[in-house]
Design a protein around this ligand. Structure first.
Ligand SMILES: [Zn+2]
Ligand SMILES: [Zn+2]
Ligand SMILES: [Zn+2]
Length: 140
């Protein structure tokens, strides 16, 4: 029986090379599979992020990451009142809120956005959350 040994060796070498991460960070010795990964990692050390959150000054390497992060500050409430700065997760909540503007001449129009609230460190979860109970939106 004849087995070609050299062929077997070549295959092993191939699969090994695929797991290699040749791009190494010179500062923290982390390794990355592509030059792009290494480059975006470099922002961690240099602090020169191409995108920066205007609210909490956190840096991001990609625009989509920043966009997802901004949901944290808006509270994931896409329905904004056009009279005051309040925002609502559900359209029916906004409609109910708009009635308060009609009934009395905007007692709460001086309410500030929650720009002083601290950012939540959970950018991985930008999913829409329903707030059934909050007919009146109570931002801290
Ligand atoms: Zn590094
Ligand atoms: Zn932010
Ligand atoms: Zn309003």
């Amino acid at each position: 029986m004849y087995i070609c040994k050299s062929e077997k060796k070549q295959q092993e070498g191939k699969s090994k090379r695929r797991k290699e991460k040749p791009h190494k960070c010179e500062i923290c010795s982390k390794t990355f599979p592509t030059p792009g990964d290494l480059k975006s990692h470099g922002y961690v050390h240099s602090g020169t992020w191409p995108f920066r959150c205007p609210v909490c000054k956190r840096g991001f390497s990609k625009h989509t990451n920043l966009k997802n992060h901004l949901f944290l500050h808006t509270g994931n409430k896409p329905h904004a009142c056009h009279i005051c700065p309040k925002r609502f997760a559900l359209a029916c909540n906004l409609r109910a809120h708009l009635k308060t503007h009609q009934e009395d001449d905007g007692m709460d129009h001086l309410d500030q956005m929650d720009s002083t609230s601290s950012p939540i460190d959970n950018e991985e979860n930008p999913e829409f959350t329903e707030e059934e109970s909050s007919m009146i939106d109570a931002d801290p």
